[in-house]
Write a protein that binds this ligand. Structure first.
Ligand SMILES: C[S@@+](CC[C@H](N)C(=O)[O-])C[C@H]1O[C@@H](n2cnc3c(N)ncnc32)[C@H](O)[C@@H]1O
Length: 453
């Protein structure tokens, strides 16, 4: 891989004797990793080994995910390079909190935050570009996340709608991506000497919206996958100067892991900048990251009341249909009827304390239970991935590779299993993969057409 001359000169100057090992690491092999999904019932992968844990990531392992395999399809694993897994560990979202991931696609950090929150509280996950927000939404679904709002909005509009609302805000900012150089050689072609400065200006703009959404006493985490001081220490120095209600807090750098302090001398010399973390590819197996954690003063501003989301009402007849469906199909699911919101024919259980959506473009609002059809209710694919198999009335375990391939290809399966007419949760490797409808000895395939392969 040919690194740009200006890049080499810059890091020779910054890193001195460490620049040699740094360039060697950038030219070396890519480190692959994945995270296990704590939201899934069965924690034992079918086609991956848990032999090599990532030291700084609670559910992280080294290894390469097969994007078409059982573990990926059921959402038991999320493929994510190891150093990126540190960011959500620093956020440390708690069940019951309100958490925002502001630049979230494709969803690596959001799915990790969702695992920490255990389905409780509100995870608002946003991506400005709609096509990328759709991928984010699919990943949230596959991971079985039931308490996420997925939106596609500019940070300026979100800040207007949700001032001082969140306990934790993560900005994993769009950056110059120097940490992606060996994984994605295209990242080199975008790079120029001025690019980090341009990206830093964009990040300052997004940060000025992000800070407004942190509630007093709340936490802001800022991260990049670049090494450029302009986008890392210098951006945090800018933030501290312009928003004095924020201060840096220590990050546990996991002794022995290779995670380093950030470099005050690469910004304005403020010794507090040391508290931020740098993950360098010459020090640990990973592509590289920068992470800073800040808190907003508890007396920064008065807390505002934000209206909660109200939905279209479900008629008495529809409520009976839904109640019957739940009893027959997912008797173990605890449904809070006060949180049900109807969008068109689809019914969602929105997260608790969900703010009004106002003019924000929403792609997913909590857990989609299913759709009203004429005189019946049909379960949503999201429900199959969010429930545990023991919550379903009927389960059919797909127990061999050929049957799994046939199912995700969209084929019906014949079976002599003792099943009642109706919806059946299909499982693979002990976790839900989709729905089928049992009729006359055949499992009719309900795996979504757009996901079949
Ligand atoms: C580093 S990536 C996020 C990766 C994600 N957190 C993950 O772990 O999967 C940054 C994201 O910011 C988005 N983005 C680009 N310009 C933006 C802007 N002006 N405001 C907010 N987000 C932006 C990009 O489309 C990209 O998806």
């Amino acid at each position: 891989m040919a690194l740009p001359d200006a890049f080499i000169a810059k890091y020779q100057d910054l890193l001195k004797e460490q620049s040699g090992p740094f360039f060697a690491a950038l030219r070396g092999p890519v480190d692959k990793g994945f995270r296990l999904n704590p939201l899934k019932a069965n924690q034992v992968p079918v086609d991956l080994s848990l032999g090599q844990p990532v030291p700084w990531s609670k559910n992280g392992y080294f290894g390469q995910v097969d994007g078409k395999g059982i573990d990926h399809t059921t959402g038991l694993v999320y493929s994510q390079e190891p150093s990126a897994q540190f960011v959500a560990e620093v956020v440390d979202a708690q069940p019951g909190e309100k958490v925002l991931d502001l630049a979230a696609a494709p969803g690596g950090k959001s799915t990790q935050l969702a695992g920490q929150m255990q389905g409780s509280g509100l995870l608002w996950t946003n991506e400005i570009f709609f096509s990328r927000a759709k991928i984010l939404s699919e990943n949230i679904e596959r991971f079985g996340v039931s308490n996420a709002i997925v939106s596609s909005s500019d940070s300026k509009d979100l800040a207007k709608a949700l001032p001082a609302f969140f306990d934790r805000v993560l900005l994993d900012t769009p950056c110059s991506g120097e940490g992606m150089f060996r994984k994605d050689p295209d990242a080199i072609s975008y790079w120029s000497e001025d690019y980090p400065k341009e990206c830093a200006e964009r990040s300052e703009g997004i940060l000025s919206n992000a800070v407004q959404m942190v509630k007093p006493g709340g936490t802001l985490v800022y991260s990049t996958c670049t090494f450029a001081p302009e986008e890392d220490e210098q951006t945090i120095a800018w933030l501290l100067k312009n928003y004095p209600e924020f201060s840096l807090v220590d990050i546990d750098k996991v002794p022995g892991s290779g995670i380093q302090d950030a470099r005050p001398d690469w910004a304005d010399g403020n010794p507090d900048l040391k508290k931020a973390a740098r993950l360098w590819p010459q020090d640990l197996p990973g592509e590289g990251h920068f992470v800073a954690k800040l808190v907003k003063a508890a007396d920064a501003e008065p807390v505002k009341t934000i209206k909660t989301q109200k939905g279209d009402r479900i008629s008495a007849e529809e409520e009976t249909l839904l109640q019957n469906f739940l009893k027959e199909t997912v008797p173990g699911l605890d449904v809070d009827f006060s949180r049900l919101v109807r969008f068109g024919d689809r019914v969602f259980m929105i997260p608790s304390d969900c703010p009004a959506f106002q003019k924000i473009k929403i792609l997913r609002a909590g857990l989609c239970l299913g759709t009203f059809k004429k005189k019946r209710f049909e379960p949503d694919h999201a429900l199959a991935l969010a429930i545990q198999p023991d919550q379903a009335a009927q389960v059919f375990a797909i127990d061999d590779a050929a049957a799994f391939q046939a199912y995700i290809h969209g084929e019906a399966l014949n079976t002599k299993a003792d099943l009642q007419k109706g919806f059946v949760l299909m499982t693979a490797g002990g976790n839900g993969v989709g729905w089928a409808k049992f009729v006359n000895g055949q499992l009719k395939n309900f795996y979504p057409k757009g996901l079949r392969h």
